[in-house]
Design a protein around this ligand. Structure first.
Ligand SMILES: N[C@@H](CCC(=O)N[C@@H](CS)C(=O)NCC(=O)O)C(=O)O
Length: 80
C-alpha cells in the first residue's frame, strides 16, 4: 500500500500524486488540512516535516524528490 500525506497548495504533493498516477499506482491520501489528526499520526511515523511524506508498505520513502529518484532508478514498479 502506498500512503501520502499532503496539504493543499503544495506543488511537490501535486507532482508526487501525478507521478504515482502516471505509473498506475494506487495510493491513499491523507490531507492534513482536511483532518488535523493526520499531523499527529505523521509525526509518529517520520521526523521529516515537509510535505508530501510518502510511505510504501509502511516504510518511509521521503518526499517527491526521493520518490522521483526511486522512479528514475526503476524502483517504482507498476505492480506495487
Ligand atoms: N524535497 C522535498 C521538498 C518538499 C517541500 O519543500 N515541501 C514544501 C511544500 S510543497 C513544504 O513542506 N514546506 C514546508 C511546510 O509546508 O511546512 C520533496 O521533494 O518532497
Amino acid at each position: 500500500m502506498i500512503e501520502i500525506y499532503t496539504r493543499p497548495g503544495c506543488g511537490y504533493c501535486t507532482h508526487a500524486k501525478r507521478l504515482l498516477t502516471s505509473k498506475g499506482l494506487d495510493f491513499v491520501e491523507y490531507d492534513v488540512y482536511e483532518n488535523p489528526k493526520y499531523i499527529k499520526q505523521l509525526q509518529t511515523r517520520t521526523t521529516d516535516r515537509t510535505y508530501p511524506q510518502i510511505f510504501i508498505e509502511d516504510i518511509s520513502v521521503g518526499g517527491f524528490t526521493e520518490l522521483l529518484e526511486k522512479e528514475q532508478c526503476g524502483l517504482l514498479a507498476n505492480n506495487l
